[in-house]
Design a binder for this molecule. Sequence first.
Ligand SMILES: Cc1cc2nc3c(=O)[nH]c(=O)nc-3n(C[C@H](O)[C@H](O)[C@H](O)COP(=O)(O)OP(=O)(O)OC[C@H]3O[C@@H](n4cnc5c(N)ncnc54)[C@H](O)[C@@H]3O)c2cc1C
Length: 486
Amino acid sequence: MSDLKQRICIIGGGPAGLSAAMYLEKKGYEDYVIYEKLNKVGGKCWSPKLKVKHNGKEEELSFETGAIMGAITYHAVSEMEEFGGYYHKGPDFKPGEPNMRREFRKTTGEIDHPFEPKVNFSFKKLSGLLKLKKQMKKLNKLMQTKYVGYDCYGHLGVAKGEYYGISKGVDGYCGATKENSFPNYIKGTNPNLKDLALPFAEFCKINGVEEVQRIWIAPFTSFGYGFFDEIPAALVMKYLDVTTALEFVNMKLWTWQDGTQQIYEHVNKKLKHPAVLETEVVKVERPDGKVKVTIKGKDGKTKVETFDKLIVTTPLDYFINYADATKEEKELFSKIIHERYIDYIATFDEGKSPVISGYLVENMVPEKLGHAMVYYNRWQHLENNCPVTVYALANHTGSKDVTYDFAQKTMDEDMKKVGFPIKEKHFAQEVYYCPHVSAKDYADGWYDKLEALQGTKNTFYAGEIISFGDMEDTCAASKDIVGRFF
Ligand SMILES: Cc1cc2nc3c(=O)[nH]c(=O)nc-3n(C[C@H](O)[C@H](O)[C@H](O)COP(=O)(O)OP(=O)(O)OC[C@H]3O[C@@H](n4cnc5c(N)ncnc54)[C@H](O)[C@@H]3O)c2cc1C
């Protein structure tokens, strides 16, 4: 029987930290504290409001600097919605809701139709699309047969050809059944899963489905998750499992009227112990079965608090800098790589804003680091007066990083070339994004080594690294950690 009276510290008030608290409460734990260094919860789900003018009227609307969308496979996020009483819109949108629409554009501004055979028809285009369709079908089948077990959250056992975790599938999709779908654990052996350690480009090659990268690249690379020659296939396929990928293709996605941040603000309000804001954890010491946490408040003063257990939802490669990290923690966590994702919300010269979101596929290559890859138009009714978020990646394994300033300038130039001259920028940022390990470290069983450390020194690791850097995977990872260890 768990000791429900234990005092538990959670570092970080993002989706992972708040969901950990929610699941602890659901299990009957009463004594937990969430420390959040910023003056708001939600972490990278940050949805600031802007006053916008259109047709002579001014209104205040939410915009997204971070997470935007979800899908039918967002089971843990649904539990957060239920807990907080704040729900998504879509996939069928009503007027006035932040819907999902997009087009493809060349970097010269010309509208592109890569997936419509009748537009700019040629036999080459048609045969390319037929090949793509065939390979999509083939991959779908392979994932449900050769790679059965790929679609659970997290990476436990994958490097050894095993799977263990909460099934991500929805009944009827992804090979999941009523018995094994969320929240049940599935477990099994499948040596083919070892292929998932390969970079996604190589994984596609050995399976004869190279063309599918054309579909996966837009929702993956342009959303900051890295390039297919470097990112292990496991990350791609666990995020964009076949169901989720098809929801993307068919634009059957979810959004939130006041932004994704509100999911977490609502949960925070319902928690017995809302996050302690503007309080940074600056030191962690774990002597004699206790966890001593030094916090720094808004006034700059430090204080030490003692806990029985610690859940770290913040970057583990930073944790080793302020914790009494063991040799194993240092060795493992120093191998974590993260993406440098840069974005800003911009307003444009009057009447010159995009009226729909756009992918600039030509810029989704490592040679174009710092270039705008995608822009997000949230409010259809604002027509060509809508502020838009623009995104770029600043790093790639084997290439020289670009600076933040270079990316900002390059993104502005790109938008101007496409036909959208930027007037003013708001909320520009660079974020620590999509922590992961290299294909080699993945194959060497990095995730199983992490699992072996869970609970050592009363410390549990959650957050983006456990499964993937999106809202669903981080919340589901908290469910898994709380479910198995508390
Ligand atoms: C531009 C962008 C677009 C995205 N789009 C999507 C999307 O469409 N759909 C989707 O599902 N996901 C999306 N994501 C990803 C999603 O936002 C993240 O995966 C998710 O927020 C991760 O949650 P987390 O709690 O693990 O980490 P974070 O959100 O990073 O939260 C960590 C929190 O810990 C706090 N913290 C850090 N160090 C300390 C410390 N020492 N002491 C106290 N507090 C600390 C931070 O301030 C932060 O609030 C997007 C992210 C970005 C940036």
